[in-house]
Design a protein around this ligand. Sequence first.
Ligand SMILES: C[S@@+](CC[C@H](N)C(=O)[O-])C[C@H]1O[C@@H](n2cnc3c(N)ncnc32)[C@H](O)[C@@H]1O
Length: 377
Amino acid sequence: MSAAKSPPLADVLRYAAAAWQLFRGGRSIDRALTAALADRADLRPPVQDALYTAIRHLAASERFVERLAARAPAADVAALLSVALAQLQRGRHAGHTVVDQAVTAAQWSPSTRVASRFINAVLRNFLRQQATLVAEVQADETVRYNLPAWWIERLRAEYPREWMAIADSQLQQPPLMLRVNSRRTTANAYLVRLAEEAIGATLVGAQAVWMHQPRPVAEIPGFADGDVSVQDAGAQLAAPWLGIQPGMRVLDACAAPGGKTTHLAELGAGDLTALEVDSSRAIRIADNLRRCQLSARVIIGDAARLETWLPAGGHASFDRIVLDAPCTASGIVRRHPDIPWLRRPADVVQLTTVQRELLDALWPLLNVGGRLLHVVC
Ligand SMILES: C[S@@+](CC[C@H](N)C(=O)[O-])C[C@H]1O[C@@H](n2cnc3c(N)ncnc32)[C@H](O)[C@@H]1O
C-alpha cells in the first residue's frame, strides 16, 4: 500500500492564509477552517496544522514583518507572510522551499500576485537574518509567551508569582488524555489492551490515561465503541466530585459536546438532563451518548431563561447541577492557542455577567442538601 501523497505546500499555505484572515477577523480556528476550506475539505489536516503553527508563532511573525517591511502589508499579503514565516520558524521544510511555495501561493489572487516580489524579499531577508531577529524579538514578552500585552498584564496582576510559569505551560503541546468508560472496562484492562498494541500510555488519574503519542480519535483503540472518551485529566475531576447516588436527579446545564454528561452517566446518573443553548452543538451530546452507549435527556434551551426549557409554569428540581459556564477559556490556551487573540478585555466582564445570570437562574432549582458545581476552564 502506498503512502498518501502530500498536497503541494503552496496549496496548504494559500488555504491556511485564507483561514488566517478569517481568524484575524474574529473567527475561531474551527470556523475559520470550515469556511476557508469550503471547496477543499480534503486539505483540512495539513491546513489545520499550518494554521495552528501560524497562531503559535503569531506575535513573533508580526514583529518580523514590522522589522522587515517598510510599511504594513495589505491583510491578504500579511496573512500569507504569517503562515510562511511560521513554517520557516518551525523548520520542518527547507527554507528555500517555503519561500518558493509562498511565492507560488501568492499567484492565486491578483492582490497577492502583485506583492509576490515583496513576499519573496521579506521571506528571504528573514532567512538571512533569522538568528539575529529571533534573538531580538524574544526580549519582548508578547513574543516570548505569544500573548497579547493586555492578557499578560492581567495574568501578572492576578498571579504575580506564578504568571510566568502559567504562560510558559501554555506554550507546551497539550497531551492526549483519555477517560476510560467504567461501564465498559477498567483503566487497568485498557492499559493492558494498549500495551498489547504497543501503544505507550500511563494512568494519571482514577480513569485518566495519558496516551504518549497523540493520534486521531479514529486510531484510538475502543474509541468508536465508547470504551474511552477524550477529556483532560482536570476536567475528569468534576463529575466524581458530585457524589452521584442512585435515583438522583442530575442537570448538566451547559452540556455540549457532552464530556461531562457522558461522565455523569458513566458514574450512574440515571435521571440525567443535558441542557444546551446551541442546537448544532447539542447534536454532539447525542452523538457522544450514542457512541458511549449511554442515555440522558438532551434539551435545547437557555439555562438562564427557565421558560425556554421548562414546561409552561413548570417547576423542576435537581439533586446535582453542573454549571460548566461559558468563560474566557484562559485555562485551555495550550489546546486552543487562538483564544488570547480572539478575546477582548471587555469579554471578561461580559462573561462574568453571563455566569452570574446562569447561577441566579439555576441555584433555585437545587434541592436542599444538593450540590451545584460551577466550572470554568
Ligand atoms: C464550556 S462548554 C461546556 C463543555 C461541556 N460541559 C463538556 O464537558 O463537554 C459551554 C457550553 O455552554 C453552552 N452555553 C452557553 N450559554 C448557555 C446557556 N445560556 N444555556 C445553555 N447552554 C449554554 C455553550 O454553547 C457551550 O456548548
